[in-house]
Design a protein around this ligand. Structure first.
Ligand SMILES: NC(=O)c1ccc[n+]([C@@H]2O[C@H](COP(=O)([O-])OP(=O)(O)OC[C@H]3O[C@@H](n4cnc5c(N)ncnc54)[C@H](OP(=O)(O)O)[C@@H]3O)[C@@H](O)[C@H]2O)c1
Length: 328
């Protein structure tokens, strides 16, 4: 069992605590909120031993071994660095940081302090991603892929009413690509590797970040199109097209089901498995195992994917002059 503490009191923190509990790999020993009332309430609800309103004090706790961070994107870096410097492993919500300079510095700090830093990205830990990766050769020579992840956000209603929710704000390193596009992007990077060329075609909101966008990833002989949005919905499945067959995926995050259609016979075959209802459990289990086994090989693989994904979103933003406040 690893002693866990959390940062942030949004619904995603509760989901992670529930998944961590179901995984039976973690023991909740601390929760942090900027306000005592919320910290105490979360600690009481999930029977955490301690609660904190001071990050530095929490980072110095001898009991805590790993910290899950689910604060607004722009805050991740400073918080993660505080814990890494105090020799705590960090599991940081996606998008891990605002840019690659922060990521490099944080990995270096983790290494210097003998701890691990993970990006919490549920879909690459879930079983259907691994099944798809193993079965991908069935498709033959790949020619194209279309990976949509478009969800109308209730926070867009607030945005339309003149507010600026964190996720639609450059101040908090928000936008559709870094918030939702990273899920299909991780699928692409995990399956196909780093693309040769990237081009991003966003719909920019008045706040300066992308509400929607189309990201093109150029690979040898094929192009992967990622559609992401927080201002419209899509119910399109994901598709990966090869000369021998096509994979259809119910959803990108996590991959809910997989069907393979043979190009010649048109026969369809279901090859995915049903997922646990609380599908954050897979990342909880995998990360706990990497920490317990000190599995540096697996850690380096995840680290490489995080670096590629952030390089791509940074390049996509640069092409479109999407500048976060932390970069000004
Ligand atoms: N994996 C997933 O499926 C998933 C789903 C949703 C979100 N996320 C990620 O989780 C993170 C949090 O998302 P969210 O929508 O919950 O964000 P949020 O509502 O903007 O903030 C999350 C928490 O951070 C704290 N916070 C708010 N503003 C802050 C500030 N200015 N400085 C420091 N702390 C602040 C608040 O907790 P206190 O008031 O208690 O301090 C709040 O509950 C994001 O990185 C997001 O991308 C992941």
């Amino acid at each position: 069992m690893i002693n866990l503490a959390t940062v942030g009191t949004g619904w995603i923190t509760e989901s992670f605590i529930q998944a961590a509990s179901l995984s039976k790999q973690y023991n909740l020993v601390g929760v942090y909120s900027r306000t005592e009332e919320k910290a105490k309430q979360l600690a009481d609800q999930y029977e955490s031993t301690h609660y904190f309103t001071d990050i530095e004090e929490m980072a110095k706790s001898e009991e805590i071994e790993v910290v899950y961070i689910a604060s607004p994107n722009s805050v991740h870096y400073e918080q993660a660095l505080t814990f890494l410097k105090n020799k705590k492993h960090v599991i940081c919500e996606k998008p891990i940081f605002s840019n690659t300079a922060e990521l490099e510095m944080a990995y270096q700090t983790a290494e210097e302090n003998g701890v691990y830093l993970f990006e919490a990205i549920r879909n690459i830990h879930a079983p259907n991603f691994h099944i798809l990766k193993e079965k991908l050769p069935m498709a033959g020579k790949l020619r194209s892929a279309v990976l949509p992840y478009m969800k109308y956000s209730s926070r867009y209603d607030q945005f339309l009413q003149g507010e600026e929710p964190n996720i639609f704000s450059a101040k908090f390193s928000g936008g559709a690509l870094v918030d939702l596009g990273v899920y299909p992007l991780y699928v692409a990077v995990g399956l196909f590797g780093e693309p040769k060329k990237v081009s991003y075609h966003p719909v920019i909101l008045s706040s300066g970040v992308d509400g929607s966008g189309t990201l093109l990833l150029d690979y040898d002989g094929f192009v992967c199109t990622i559609l992401c949005s927080k201002i419209v919905d899509s119910i399109l499945p994901c598709e990966i097209h090869g000369e021998k067959g096509t994979f259809l995926l119910g959803d990108a995050a996590p991959i809910s089901d997989i069907t393979f259609m043979d190009s010649h016979t048109k026969e369809r075959q279901t090859i995915g498995v049903d997922l646990e209802e609380q599908n954050m459990i897979y990342e909880c289990i995998n990360i706990a195992k990497i920490i317990a086994d000190e599995n540096n090989q697996e850690y380096e693989r995840l680290k490489e994917w995080s670096k590629i994904v952030l390089r791509i979103t940074e390049e996509a933003r640069k092409q479109n002059n999407i500048v976060f406040a932390v970069e000004k």
